[in-house]
Design a protein around this ligand. Sequence first.
Ligand code: HEC
Length: 240
Amino acid sequence: MRYLFLAMILAACLVVGMFGFRGHKFSDTPVELFPDMDRQGRVNAQSKSAFFADGAGSRIPVAGVLPMGFSIPENPVEDGDPILDGFTLPGSYFNSGRIGEYYGDGMPEELQVDQALLARGRARFGIYCAICHGASGDGEGTLANFGNMRPIANLHMPQFSDPANPQYRPDGELFEVITIGRARMGAYGSAIPAADRWAIIAYVRALQDAVKKAAAASAGGKEKNTENPEPAVDAPATSQ
Ligand code: HEC
């Protein structure tokens, strides 16, 4: 037993002698059992490298790469300046969603409302909004299943889609919600240029119309069915 203790003390001395006390500073390169990727091949910025055929360390961006962000306006934005690429929020309806002190409704005259605008809005909605609000705008996006995100606004609720609702948010108000955020929703004004915000609003309106039309159609369908007891021709045979 005595020899065992002696052997253990000896082993401890050996380990401390080789590796030092914890926190001890060495001037020599330490013994590295696991190098932890401390040292690896790399290229200094703007320096030569034999690794690449052209001998340059830095790579030239692939053709067609765009700088992050968008085109920078040539002149600083002035109040009421209708710049189409703007991220700022000066006075014009296009850039603020407001006419004077009030929210405006309808698309600003700088934009042409056509299929291209809706397609743009659909793509941007898919990128920025659908993760929370759902692809159909019903507030059931992927993030509704995480954390305490719920409730996420269902954009088909009357206060968003029915102009007769006293709480109705006109286009200009939606523009402001996207730009500076509201309540638990963050601001997207620094990520989405003004023209794209309007495109998203146009697309949200199209989504709302689609849902309203579908609701009207199904109500109409029910009425028809009561008049005509025969089942619809294309109804699957198994459905009850
Ligand atoms: C990270 C999740 C998230 C994203 C992304 C998001 N929203 Fe929201 N949004 C919310 C939540 C949550 C609310 C409810 C806010 C509250 O009432 O507390 C909300 C509310 C709204 C409202 C209602 C505001 C009001 O007046 O009550 C609108 C309109 C809206 N969002 C539009 C959008 C649009 C358009 C986009 C895309 C540009 C977008 N949201 C992106 C989470 C999100």
